[in-house]
Design a protein around this ligand. Structure first.
Ligand SMILES: Cc1cc2nc3c(=O)[nH]c(=O)nc-3n(C[C@H](O)[C@H](O)[C@H](O)COP(=O)(O)O)c2cc1C
Length: 144
């Protein structure tokens, strides 16, 4: 099974989550600057929330995603608290006819690593790391 991980991250939080997920599946987490070129059964795709929505670059990435090369998307997001990016990933992908798994991961950062406030991102708290690990276990079970 071919698994891919792509992330959009301004401050490093989503990148940190992407790298945790990728490590568990023994693949590399790549930014959305890297298009999906070979068939990918499961594409983990994540981004942050900025001003109530996902970054335009992530929206564009989904629009450019070759439908025939993606079996399904599993969405993840880091956020102050809003779920908008998860919802938008689902909406954009489904609009293109790409399946989006019902399981999705939302890691709430509150003000942690909020780059707008000059805080450094990418340092996940223990409970946030555990949440990612639990999520990965659920997916691993599902695809066993
Ligand atoms: C410019 C900016 C705007 C943000 N707007 C929101 C927002 O509207 N709602 C929210 O829940 N979080 C918001 N956040 C928090 C981010 O979603 C959160 O810090 C996330 O982890 C950022 O991901 P990144 O570090 O991968 O870029 C904002 C952060 C920044 C820097």
């Amino acid at each position: 099974m071919n698994i891919g991980v792509r992330y959009q991250s301004r401050g490093g939080n989503t990148k940190a989550v992407a790298e945790m997920i990728a490590k568990e599946f023994d693949v590399q987490a790549l930014s959305i600057e890297h298009p999906v070129e070979e068939y990918t059964d499961i594409l983990f795709l994540g981004g942050g929330v900025y001003g109530w929505k996902m970054d335009d670059s992530l929206c564009e990435f989904i629009k450019q995603l070759p439908k025939e090369k993606v079996g399904q998307i599993i969405a993840f997001s880091t956020t102050g608290f809003m779920e908008s990016t998860l919802k938008q990933i689902r909406q954009e992908a489904e609009q293109k006819g790409i399946k989006v798994n019902k399981n999705e991961l939302l890691v709430k950062m509150m003000l942690r690593g909020h780059s707008m406030l000059g805080l450094e991102g990418g340092n996940l708290k223990k409970e946030q790391q555990e949440k990612v690990q639990e999520f990965v276990k659920v997916i691993q079970k599902e695809i066993e």
